[in-house]
Design a protein around this ligand. Structure first.
Ligand code: UTP
Length: 296
């Protein structure tokens, strides 16, 4: 079985929940503290051993590939001004020569369709999918845990968390084989349903935008029709692979911020700001002043 070397980042969506901000600026480039949301996902993938990065993009979003390119005049200026920490940060953001592939999705027909658009870049290898607006933080990064599970178990592996029953309608939901305890970290599944109504949901285990999938899913996606919301759903193709490829959920235990929503984005900025030694004291002071109306 081949190692997971490639990752797809679907970034062709419209970001309507963030309008008007996303009218000209892709939501994936909105910053959490000082790094764009998309950079967190790229770094998570890198830490999991990913070597080829495939962005499924759309018209008007070319700033994304520029962000991951080298900017030599900028680097030269920072070097001359002895701003070495910034220089390092700028260099670290770059994806090395030849490791970034851009493909286009002409219209936002759904996540399943976006992944299918990258079929020629994937071939028949297993690969990862990361939805960049889900920013995850854990001691051991989420995708790294999933890649390890996939190397042991094969098939499809998705990251899940437990959500409130009334929220199942917002997620892809896992149908586990066995009854679960809180200690079950790797969960064998017999199905998966996209956005089920609370009373039809097979569990409260919701997918949070990280997948490791067999290359064969690409031909399955080519046959998958429109599903929930009139879009081609990745969930439907994953479900139809069961039987040929096992499906497992890996329970994610760290912090998760849905940066596709205004509230999640604000929370992420607060959490990552408070985790930064250079930002935290002043941020705490400002927050105290706003909360209690006191300065200082
Ligand atoms: P979302 O549904 O969260 O993104 O898709 P969106 O459609 O851009 O956001 P809203 O709901 O209008 O605010 C999750 C991820 O999948 C990508 C999005 O760019 C996002 O990163 N996506 C979604 C595609 O690339 N193509 C699609 O057709 C749909």
């Amino acid at each position: 079985m081949s190692r997971v070397r490639k990752a797809i980042f679907p970034v062709a969506g419209l970001g309507t929940r963030f309008l008007p901000a996303t009218k000209a600026v892709p939501k994936e480039l909105m910053p959490v503290v000082d790094r764009p949301v998309l950079q967190y996902a790229v770094e998570e993938a890198r830490a999991a051993g990913i070597e080829e990065f495939i962005f499924v993009s759309s018209m008007g979003k070319t700033a994304m590939e520029d962000h991951f390119d080298r900017n030599l005049p900028l680097e030269e200026t920072l070097e001359k001004k002895n701003k070495l920490e910034l220089l390092q940060a700028v260099r670290d953001a770059a994806i090395p020569d030849g490791q970034l592939t851009m493909v286009r999705q002409h219209a936002p027909k759904g996540l399943g369709h976006a992944v299918w658009c990258a079929r020629h870049a994937i071939g028949d290898e297993p690969f990862a999918v990361l939805l960049p607006d889900e920013v995850l933080h854990a001691e051991k990064p989420c995708l790294g845990q999933m890649v390890e599970a996939q190397e042991e178990l094969g098939g499809s592996v998705i990251a899940v968390i437990e959500v409130e029953r009334e929220d199942t309608k917002k997620y892809g939901v896992l149908d586990p084989v066995d009854a679960l305890t809180d200690e079950t970290d790797v969960i064998a599944a017999k199905g998966m349903i996209e956005k089920p109504a609370p009373d039809a949901a097979p569990s409260r285990l919701a997918c949070i935008g990280r997948y490791v999938l067999p290359g064969e899913i690409m031909s399955e996606l080519g046959k998958t029709g429109k599903g929930a919301g009139g879009e081609v759903q990745l969930t439907d193709a994953i479900a139809s692979l069961i039987g040929r490829h096992p499906l497992h959920g890996v329970r994610f235990k760290g912090a998760r911020y849905d940066c596709g929503s205004v509230l999640g984005f604000l929370e992420a900025n607060m959490a990552f700001g408070l985790a930064r030694e250079d930002v935290a004291p002043a941020l705490m002071k400002a927050m105290r002043a706003h909360l209690f109306g006191a300065k200082g």
